[in-house]
Design a protein around this ligand. Structure first.
Ligand SMILES: Cc1cc2nc3c(=O)[nH]c(=O)nc-3n(C[C@H](O)[C@H](O)[C@H](O)COP(=O)(O)OP(=O)(O)OC[C@H]3O[C@@H](n4cnc5c(N)ncnc54)[C@H](O)[C@@H]3O)c2cc1C
Length: 428
């Protein structure tokens, strides 16, 4: 039986997080939205403003809650993380201040899991401590959803690996101290067995930004998801992460948790939309009455609340399933949450924009950015269609084909079978 219970001590921690985010982090969002320094861990403003807040989170025992204690985290289960992340999801900078910002959080997980002692000391420790940033480079320009399209190669040359190819949408590439790169090491076997991961330090000769790709309102040529060429990039053999051919196993370790955590934070974003929607409905008068009294507004509010409740419970259920069965056992639930996330988020934002009229689409509300974020959720970490395929495959495992040419719900067939059990009414 699924349980989403909260212990009193944890409830107190959640209350602390709620107050801390509202009092200290949301004002930071307002004061520095769009400022690049917030992502530059060596910038003097970052050191002066962000680090003290991170320290308070550490003092409260809430730093990197998703990591196991031996990795410097708190070892919280996924249900607890769901409650934490839905609060953090209301703010842009909260994940950075709580040490769970993507892609660093997922990268830390895989280095901790697959890294050697030397790799952990060199790459994981500064990452966990929040001193450096990292990048994860898997997607290639000719195909992201289908890994069999990946052509970036790594070949062994003496004590080195030499990487050649191109990656794009490598988020945070320019801020990262190192990049985790996926490359084909054995083209003669399936991509799922012939692909490996490498740790590439920033500044390694041969790394070349082809274009700075951005999203939405970023000016062309500006953005933090660049298209990067790897021109014979040479790294020591010791920079192979995990074993040769293990890239997909490693990617799954990283992406499963990441997808769920995005969904948890989306619960927070969707509840923020509901708050904006209701406030507007109760504040704006048109044709002599509040918007809240118009039935079509009431429909929006009812739908918004119902979808939020359904989604929140779905996310908690998926979290509980991971806690109970592990990530692999919760494959269907994680994929289903990934499918629901962009849809629920998009519906929530669209309703809220609509009720705010021109203000809704303006640059004086956070909604237009949230709209783009909702669409992104249906593409990044694999598009919705691919995750629907996973859900369907997993669901089908619990079902069988019909035993005859007729479906098992076929009424004449069922009636004939029932006749052998019960006499006809005429016999009474
Ligand atoms: C904001 C953002 C940040 C990102 N950050 C990173 C990052 O840091 N590192 C990284 O490696 N990647 C990153 N990505 C890339 C992301 O993982 C890919 O965009 C994603 O995997 C989809 O690949 P694609 O863009 O090549 O789309 P494609 O694979 O070309 O797919 C395009 C569309 O085709 C359809 N489609 C694809 N496959 C199927 C199918 N099997 N059945 C039916 N329809 C299908 C879907 O509609 C899909 O949206 C990021 C993307 C975004 C938007």
């Amino acid at each position: 039986m699924a349980s989403f219970d909260i212990e009193p001590a944890f409830a107190a921690q959640l209350q602390w997080i709620r107050e801390f985010v509202a009092e200290h982090i949301e004002p930071l969002d307002s004061a520095f939205s769009g400022e690049e320094f917030v992502f530059d861990k060596s910038h003097p403003a970052y050191v002066a403003l962000i680090r003290p807040l991170q320290q308070r989170v550490k003092d409260q025992g809430l730093w990197s809650c998703h990591l196991r204690p031996e990795m410097g985290g708190q070892g919280y289960g996924q249900v607890s993380l769901a409650y934490i992340n839905e609060i953090l999801g209301r703010s842009t900078f909260a994940p950075t201040i709580f040490g769970c910002q993507a892609p660093d959080s997922g990268n830390a997980e895989i280095i901790a899991h697959y890294g050697t002692d030397e790799q952990r000391a060199e790459y994981l420790e500064p990452l966990l401590d929040g001193r450096v940033s990292s990048c994860y480079a898997m997607t290639e320009p000719q195909g992201g959803s289908d890994p069999s399209q990946f052509v970036t190669r790594a070949r062994r040359d003496g004590d080195s690996w030499v990487i050649d190819g191109a990656k794009w949408f490598s988020s945070s590439f320019e801020r990262a101290s190192f990049i985790i790169v996926m490359a084909v090491t054995d083209p003669d076997v399936s991509v799922y067995k012939g692909t490996s991961m490498f740790l590439v330090p920033a500044g390694t000769p041969g790394l070349e930004i082809v274009r700075r790709t951005g999203v939405g309102w970023d000016a062309e040529g500006h953005g933090s998801h660049p298209y990067v060429r790897y021109n014979e990039v040479r790294v020591p053999a010791a920079n192979l992460l995990g074993g040769e051919g293990q890239a997909f196993a490693i990617a799954q370790t990283r992406l499963g948790g990441g997808r769920l955590h995005h969904a948890m934070r989306t619960v927070g974003a969707v509840s923020r939309c509901l708050d904006m929607l209701c406030e507007r409905a109760l504040s704006r008068t048109t044709q002599g009455e509040l918007l809240a009294r118009k039935q079509m507004t009431q429909e929006k509010i009812a739908d918004a609340w119902i979808e939020l409740l359904q989604f929140r419970l779905q996310v908690l259920h998926a979290a509980w399933t991971v806690d109970t069965l592990g990530g692999h056992g919760a494959k269907r639930e994680i994929a289903a949450v990934k499918v629901a996330t962009p849809k629920v988020y998009n519906n929530a934002v669209m309703r809220t924009i609509q009720l705010h009229g021109a203000l809704g689409v303006s640059n004086e509300m956070p909604l237009a950015n949230m709209l783009l974020a909702s669409v992104t959720m249906g593409i990044a970490d694999g598009p919705t269609e691919v995750h629907k395929i996973t859900v369907a495959r997993e669901v089908l495992k619990d079902h069988k084909p019909a035993p005859t040419d007729w479906p098992s719900e076929h009424l004449p067939t069922r009636r004939a079978a029932a006749a052998s059990l019960y006499p006809s009414v005429d016999e009474f």
